[in-house]
Write a protein that binds this ligand. Structure first.
Ligand code: DGT
Ligand code: CA
Ligand code: CA
Length: 572
């Protein structure tokens, strides 16, 4: 895809903004701004000029250095200079510059004078009226910034599912303590187990709604009550997350639950099916000629349009309604189907707990096995194991296994895939492992083709059985590295390699869509938590949630199998 002039200009402007915060030479900053202007005004595409080998340095205000930078952006999609400044500055300063009304000079000022480093700091400073008296600021601008922050919070901010879970569960418990309340469900994207959640949508059944609303807004974490009526309310929590509540009578519960679980696209599709049958389906119930014919349960909603129950995780209008019509809905995996965890760390590398503690924790969770996958030596910050230390750990596991009954510790290692696609440890030690997990942990900046080939090369090694967190993304932090994911899937299939669904709430990698694609190609998925502590093992629920969104059944997953069967699958 060709890069548009506007995009190049935007990158140059961003660079100028960040350099300005850093206090860079004003002429340099100005040169980037001028170049951005030139590019934006240009009647021809710089991408095309580069492609045709034209000399960009002939353009006004664009010297050799800038021409080189434009070429880099056009050819690689990267902008090293910008990445470098971004890496030098506290990441939130870059976010601050983007707040309308602020800009680099003001960000620099509030950073230096008030120590503001994040959006939270900014909101606090604005609320305390500390901005208005600074040069370049005014009470009016201060108010505008607060407004912008509010808008930002309500429209854009998302939370990882694990963060959402903390508040969802606390709110659910809070509402359950309210007298007279019957059902309490957190619906919306949270119920669909989406990897990130925008806001929480609570649904409560109760005959008397007024005191339920009062109870809701009295939740101790409330920062602000943004709406309050007799059967609904909305609050903003101190942590920035928003929550809505609706109180409905029992006769509407199923219809309301279906409606507020969404997704919107799924709802619209179901409503259309209803219309075709002369039914009106909304959050209050199912109606024919304004006469209520159902709505007490979700099953009634589906049955009204001739469908069996569809699990919330599938409700994205990605074919689940057609599958339901044709009787081929998947029988989704549940947490109970999981027999062990295939990815965790101990304090031998960067984990917090010792081997025996991890094993005890896994047994306490009802597992039959746990694979220990500490880092290999290239991951120096994670104190990765070299051959000697790994060998010592393997001896320790052998001894531990001798003493364990009805549980097996699997010998593994999360081996770094080196830049050239070779593995970080030699085969002579890998062959002692039950299986090897491989992962990319550095050099994320390769182009898609090289990164793909690097990974395929790693999978050529017959010891490489599972590719961990295949895309390397960190949710709400950084996208995955450039990758030809379809080629990786095909490559894994051809080589008999499996892919991981990393359950860590900041990863959830593979995503739902690629889990489904893998399933359709017959590639088995390993759900691993990447736990770095005993508590980390509990992230399995998020992995399972994501697997369900990816239509996975127990048979599509490696660690739903008892050890003897798993052992056969992992055999080279
Ligand atoms: P989120 O909060 O951004 O993670 O995503 P959701 O899915 O929780 O969306 P939200 O909170 O805006 O609304 C909750 C549910 O309410 C949504 O999943 C479906 C339903 N809903 C919201 N707006 C509409 C709409 O315009 N039409 C229909 N049919 N349903 C809607
Ligand atoms: Ca929501
Ligand atoms: Ca909502």
């Amino acid at each position: 895809m060709a890069v548009h002039n506007a995009e190049v200009a935007e990158l140059f402007n961003r660079l100028a903004d960040l350099l300005e915060i850093e206090g860079a030479n004003v002429f340099r900053v100005r040169a980037y701004r001028r170049a951005a202007q030139t590019i934006e005004d240009l009647p021809v595409s710089v991408a095309e000029m580069v492609e045709q080998g034209q000399d960009l340095s002939k353009l006004p205000g664009i010297g050799r250095d800038l021409a080189g930078k434009i070429e880099e952006i056009v050819k690689t999609g990267k902008f090293t200079a910008l990445e470098e400044v971004t890496a030098r500055l506290p990441s939130s300063l870059a976010t601050l510059v983007a707040v309308p009304g602020l800009g680099p000079k003001r960000v620099q000022l509030i950073h230096d004078k008030l120590g503001v480093r994040s959006l939270e700091d900014l909101a606090a400073a604005a609320r305390a009226h500390k901005l208005r008296s600074l040069p370049r600021f005014s009470p009016k601008l201060e108010a505008r910034i607060l407004e912008e922050l509010e808008r930002h919070r309500t429209t854009e901010r998302r939370f990882r599912i694990a963060t959402a879970a903390e508040f969802a569960e606390a709110l659910r418990a809070h509402m359950q303590r309210c007298p007279g309340v019957e059902q309490v469900v957190v619906a919306g994207s949270y119920r669909r187990c989406k990897e990130t959640v925008g806001d929480l949508d609570l649904l409560v059944t109760c005959a008397k709604s007024k005191h339920v609303i009062e109870h809701f807004v009295a939740f101790e974490e409330v920062a602000e009550i943004t709406a309050k009526g007799s059967t609904r309310a909305a609050i903003a929590l101190k942590a920035g997350m928003q929550a809505d509540i609706r109180v409905v009578p029992a006769k509407s519960y199923g219809a309301a639950l279906h409606y507020f679980t969404g997704s919107k696209d799924h709802n619209i599709h179901i409503r259309k099916l209803g219309q075709a049958r002369g039914l009106k389906i909304n959050e209050y119930g199912i109606f024919r000629d304004d006469k209520r014919i159902g709505g007490r349960t979700e099953e009634e909603v589906f049955a009204a349009v001739g469908l069996p129950y569809i699990e919330p995780e599938l409700r994205e209008d990605r074919g689940e309604i057609e599958a339901a019509q044709e009787g081929r809905l998947p029988k989704l995996v549940t947490l109970r189907d999981i027999r062990g965890d295939l990815h965790c760390h101990t304090n031998a590398s960067d984990g917090k707990n010792a081997l025996v503690q991890m094993v005890e924790a896994a047994r306490a969770r009802g597992y039959e096995y746990l694979a220990i996958t500490d880092h290999s030596k290239h991951a120096t910050v994670a104190r990765g194991l070299d051959e000697k230390r790994l060998s010592k750990q393997l001896d320790e596991i052998d001894r531990l296994n001798d003493s364990l009954d009805g549980f097996r510790v699997l010998k593994s290692c999360e081996v770094d895939i080196l830049a050239d696609g070779t593995l970080d440890l030699p085969d002579r030690i890998l062959k002692r492992l039950d299986f090897v997990v491989c992962a990319v942990h550095y050099k994320f900046d390769m182009d898609a083709k090289s990164q793909t080939e690097r990974i395929l090369r790693a999978m050529d090694n017959p010891y490489c059985k599972i590719l961990a967190h295949p895309t390397g993304r960190l949710l709400l932090e950084r996208p995955g590295y450039a990758l030809e994911i379809e080629r990786v899937l095909r490559g894994a299939k051809e080589r008999g390699c499996f892919l991981e669904l990393n359950s860590h709430p900041s990863r959830l990698d593979l995503d739902d869509v690629h889990c489904k694609a893998a399933k359709e190609m017959g590639i088995l998925i390993s759900i691993g938590t990447d736990a770095h502590s005993t508590m980390g093992l509990d992230a399995m629920r998020y992995g399972v949630g994501q697997a369900r969104r990816g239509w996975l059944e127990p048979k599509d997953i490696l660690n739903t199998r008892p050890w003897p069967e798993l052992k056969r699958l992992l055999a080279r």
